[in-house]
Design a protein around this ligand. Structure first.
Ligand code: HEC
Ligand code: HEC
Length: 151
């Protein structure tokens, strides 16, 4: 069986009572629904849904959507991150998100966008419930706006 329990809590994973490890050279096809943390060294072709953390190690990959409480990505995702309350942005994640989604739109050259230079200002209009909220598939960024959106 490619799936087995592992009680280690190494490499900064939050304390946990369960950890599902999908090892190198294993490709799992199908949806994974779990309440445990998932550490991935192999490949998943299907959606991953967990109330725990997902750690995708450097050679690991997911082809599908990921819903998780925490997500740490060193490998790759070809799909969407549906919910991740704490999303640790590594450069790899940024690049993956960047290429999965369309090219981020440029800042409009109007007065609103020339005068606001801080992410906090941006969220005054683009935050949830404000005048022009970002779409549900927007990367979960609260700052770093200018990493993706240029004037
Ligand atoms: C005073 C409100 C306001 C502020 C502040 C503001 N925006 Fe906007 N933004 C809008 C509105 C309204 C639109 C849509 C109309 C338009 O294109 O001008 C828009 C459009 C955009 C778009 C283009 C969307 C598209 O589909 O082309 C981007 C990207 C964007 N804003 C990012 C930002 C960023 C980043 C900041 C902070 C530097 C910011 N905005 C500050 C109101 C605001
Ligand atoms: C990791 C890259 C990235 C970061 C960081 C980022 N955006 Fe975006 N943004 C995108 C992409 C990609 C799209 C296009 C989404 C789509 O078309 O599905 C987008 C679209 C938008 C839009 C158009 C409405 C929408 O949801 O499609 C607005 C407005 C916007 N971003 C504002 C912001 C603001 C404000 C910040 C900072 C708080 C920010 N963005 C940070 C990548 C990013």
């Amino acid at each position: 069986m490619p799936l087995f329990k592992d009680t280690r809590t190494d490499q900064g994973l939050p304390e946990t009572d369960g950890l599902t490890l999908i090892d190198r050279d294993v490709t799992l096809v199908g949806e994974i629904v779990s309440e445990e943390n998932i550490r991935l060294r192999g490949h998943i072709e299907g959606n991953v849904v967990t109330s725990g953390s997902v750690v995708i190690e450097p050679h690991g990959s997911v082809r599908g959507d990921i819903t998780a409480e925490n997500l740490i990505v060193e490998g790759s995702i070809d799909g969407r991150v549906v919910v991740a309350r704490k999303f640790e942005l590594t450069l790899a994640v940024l690049l993956v998100v960047y290429t999965i989604l369309h090219h981020p739109p440029r800042l409009p050259a109007d007065a609103d966008h020339r005068t606001s230079r801080q992410p906090a200002d941006c969220l005054e209009c683009h935050g949830p419930g404000k005048k022009s909220p970002r779409g549900p598939n927007h990367p979960p960024a609260q700052n770093q706006c200018f990493n993706c959106h240029d004037a």
